[in-house]
Design a protein around this ligand. Sequence first.
Ligand SMILES: Nc1nc2c(ncn2[C@@H]2O[C@H](COP(=O)(O)OP(=O)(O)OP(=O)(O)O)[C@@H](O)[C@H]2O)c(=O)[nH]1
Ligand SMILES: [Mg+2]
Length: 537
Amino acid sequence: MPAESDASLQTELEREVSRRRTFAIISHPDAGKTTLTEKLLLYAGAIELAGAVRGRKARRHATSDWMALEQERGISITAAALEFELEGRRMSLLDTPGHKDFSEDTYRALIAADSVVMVIDAANGVEGQTRKLFEVCRRHRLPILTFVNKFDRPARDPLELLDDIESTLGISAAPVNWPIGNAEHFRGVYDLQRQHLLLYEREMQGQYRAPVDVSDLDDPDARALIGDNTYAHFRESLDVIRAAGTAFNIDAYLAGSQTPVFFGSAMTNFGLEPFLRTLVELAPHPQPRLSDTGVVSPTDERFTGFVFKIQANMDPRHRDRVAFVRVCSGRFTKDMAVMNSRAGKLIRATRAYRFFGRDRETISEAYAGDIIGLVNPGQFTIGDTVHTGAPLKFLDIPRFPAEHFGRLRLQDTRYKQFDDGLRQLEEEGLMQVFYVESGRREPIVGVVGALQFDVITSRLRTEYSVEVVIEPASYAAARWLADPAQAIPSLGGGAAVAADRLGRRLILFASEWEVQYFERQHPAVALLAESPVDGAT
Ligand SMILES: Nc1nc2c(ncn2[C@@H]2O[C@H](COP(=O)(O)OP(=O)(O)OP(=O)(O)O)[C@@H](O)[C@H]2O)c(=O)[nH]1
Ligand SMILES: [Mg+2]
């Protein structure tokens, strides 16, 4: 009997894992990740009407930019998870923020993904932040599909764009389709494999799916529609790419040494169908993950996963804190008792959800590749491993050191809400909170990027009804004492002794130079750039 049920569980795991695709969308700010996300949802039938990033008041906003400040500013601030079904596949998409000040959040989303969609602005080519994120993908050997966006606007020559991808990123680029004109002369794309033209028609606002007309390359009507000049130029570059272009190779894609390249326009819904089809067909299913006890296969029967993100107050009606868990193996079932390996505590997962931007749905089970939200206030920290069966721990998620520091000034007397807000936003990894030992008692917050100060002020106001002002504090680095009991020598310059929320002692330094000077002067005092790993709390 048990052997039989084991076999059926194994079959179920294999079936569920093979139909899952978990991917993150990355790029430099403004290349169109959120717009592409929204349009992929539209084409997948997961939404009926697409919202816009910069919607006017009455218009819909994009599903993945659900936070008030995101909608106000028209930029993504926090990674959003969206799950949907498509052609029998379960897709888990992570739309990430491009701005470098939020890159720690993007980095965590990359750790949760099995592959990546890289968006490139056709007018700008490969930009700085894309390059940095690409390096992270390369380290994690993530397969990458590229979408060159905004062909409805003036664009660089496609041959030049391919060359830019290859030379700037050092990855070979295999075009899957080839654009015909750009801006007002944009007429569509030619599918290199299927050998047909997809003709573009401008569609009002891009809220609905764009109609697509399929023709032959030599169809005189299509040629007339394209216009002689644009057609001639297109044929010329098509000849070049057919003769000398890199051919698509699935193994090279899966190994991360080649990226298939698509051209299109997310805003006007063009080129999305072939892109989505390829994503569904080619993107890898959940991959094995490395843990301290060896490699964990996604079809391993015990449930394992790790917390890669925490977000409070996503839904104003619930006002709870969600720990986002990337499932790595086994079958998760609702009410399951899971072990949190850091805390050494069993936790009953009574409330488990899957997410669609801000919206959530209760789930009863989940498999490797799924991103599930567990609501267990205060029980989780980013990086926690959760599992059943024998103990294990997935690799740590490194923290980015804070580089900007500010003093938080409460403008009213809502101390309790203020304290809750600080604790919860810190738990999300948005900031680190420090209390200087002598002098003023106002908390000091440390963040990776200065824009996060705006996020803190805005979220404390909208989610906790607390008004704060953040004044610049003249620190530039925080260093924890490796030995908390060690006496701290007297500090010169602008440095100060402080403690974090858990009472661990640290030094706030006014500059990197000051850190190095201290280390030279006091070689016996070992400093850590990251807080020592939390024990059971
Ligand atoms: N013309 C044109 N504009 C586009 C296209 N795709 C996106 N945009 C616009 O480009 C701007 C940025 O788009 P987003 O989708 O927010 O870009 P993003 O990459 O998500 O930006 P961040 O999340 O802030 O990094 C918005 O104003 C979009 O409307 C496109 O295909 N054509
Ligand atoms: Mg965005």
